[in-house]
Design a protein around this ligand. Sequence first.
Ligand code: Z5A
Length: 213
Amino acid sequence: MIQKHKLTPRFISLEGSEGAGKTTALKVIREILDGWNIEYICTREPGGEPTSEKIRDILLFSEKLHAKTELLLMFASRNEHLENVIKPALNAGKWVISDRFVDASYAYQGGGRELGFDRIKWLDEFIVSDTQTDFTVLLDIDPAIGLERIKVRGQSDRIEQENMEFFYRIAKAYKRKAQLDSHKYAIIDAAQTIEKVKSDIIQSFEDFKEQLM
Ligand code: Z5A
């Protein structure tokens, strides 16, 4: 049996607005880590464990939710996810890849819902504390292109039904967060062809690996 690498476990998140192509990106990331022979888990937010998945249903399919309720449910879900999945995996020496994490709260609730970065930062410090990501891949796309891509799905959830201004505020907030944490961000132009997006992700991981060695 091939021995898996014993590098310090790393926590990686994948971010982007609707239709940015996270599903494809996740597949590429898995292939990269398999190639590096690293033991990892893939998870998602909101969700990733039973209670958090129940909260996800409330978040995505309630008819109406106040912005502050949405924010607190995101962090309640995150706390269960952190305590029951993310921390145990990291402590067991595994890498964690999360399809969205706390930066989505900065973007959607801080930016989209206009609750501001300060409130999110307070909750970030309270809930996430020192379990911050080591590396974040942001799939950057004009929301109009992303929403066009997912139109074919037909059914949309509560958040996807928001207006265009909401999605432009999210894109702006993601960029702001990426600037604040530029040392651990890879911003990928997700409007490019799938092949080009893939090769940019591979390059960003090569650059990240260099920092680890
Ligand atoms: N949310 C929040 O508000 N606050 C928080 O703190 C967190 C989350 C953690 C659920 O997230 C919702 O929760 C989300 C944010 C909010 N908002 N909503 N709604 P989610 O990640 O589970 O759901 P999502 O953002 O709606 O995912 P998505 O729409 O499925 O996006 P995607 O994964 O990026 O889409 P995709 O399926 O990979 O790609 C969409 C289509 O585009 C698909 O047909 C692809 O084949 C196609 N595609 C992909 N790449 C390309 C390229 N390069 N060219 C052309 N076509 C492409």
